[in-house]
Design a protein around this ligand. Sequence first.
Ligand SMILES: Nc1nc2c(ncn2[C@@H]2O[C@H](COP(=O)(O)OP(=O)(O)O)[C@@H](O)[C@H]2O)c(=O)[nH]1
Ligand SMILES: [Mg+2]
Ligand SMILES: [Zn+2]
Length: 312
Amino acid sequence: MSVRGTVVKLDRSLPLVELPDGSQVRCEHATELVKHGEQRAVIGDAVEVSEPDAHDVAVIQRILPRATQLVRRDPKERTAEQVMAANFQVVFVVQPMNRLNVRRLERELVLAFETGARVAVILTKADLVQDADRARAVAEVAALVGADVPVLVLARGSDEGLEQVRAMIPAGATAVLMGQSGAGKSTLINRLTGQDVRKTSEVRAADGKGRHTTVSRAIINVPGGGRIVDMPGVRGMGLWDAERGIAAAFQDVEQLAAECRFRDCAHGSEPGCAVQAAIQAGTLSQQRLDSYQSLRAELHQTQERLRQQSWR
Ligand SMILES: Nc1nc2c(ncn2[C@@H]2O[C@H](COP(=O)(O)OP(=O)(O)O)[C@@H](O)[C@H]2O)c(=O)[nH]1
Ligand SMILES: [Mg+2]
Ligand SMILES: [Zn+2]
């Protein structure tokens, strides 16, 4: 006998799986799953588990196909992917407005778009910047993400933005929070739940980074709404399979590139390069082209390593 469940918590001990009756059980992986190349359940996975044993531990027999997944390159291994979360409908990319990092945002957007889920950007800490800087940051990000991606703003001491976040996580939906430590992810979850369900940490003044207080990944219920996943400890965000993500995050560049005279234009000094023409005209920044090309190069490198590995 087995039952369906959802992985709702991952920490240093066994995955916690929520069963249809609402109870939760610690689970081990069936040896068949782990034997052939580390098939482990991730947060959000739908799984089939056996009845718990006398020690209240059940066994994950099967991981069901994932509707969506967030994947990065395994930071410890150059040619392995790492799935970080599964079966969510929304990805929130969170950045603090007082330390907006556009290059990082571009990378996060590639990873977010690659999932195929809806994407929104949340700019936190609006209370820490002047109104003019705030308007500039929102405009800059809105231009970067395009019209289809909402840009929401959060500030301490104000409820603005919070309802918009809530509206994107209706009952039945699951959202994933992506963003550097210190960005305000745990704070947002606490505000959504009205409880201190996640530990927050002071950021270091020097670099604005938070200490990693939370090590567990968990799905948290939003009262009156859906669920949200806090993903702490995400330092490296290397690209794995990200063709679609890059295409979505850099639509502007790719649209221009489609108009270059040569199909394989490197957007350098080729004649008839629409990308260079846009840079000359000031409608595309050199920095954005640089990001695009370096993310593509990173992806290419990963694919190349994978090819070499499978050759051996
Ligand atoms: N001023 C201000 N501080 C914030 C805001 N959101 C989060 N913080 C602070 O930023 C620090 C890091 O927040 P935390 O939620 O732990 O970030 P996380 O690492 O992304 O989970 C904490 O000291 C929070 O109190 C905000 O909107 N305004
Ligand atoms: Mg946190
Ligand atoms: Zn070109």
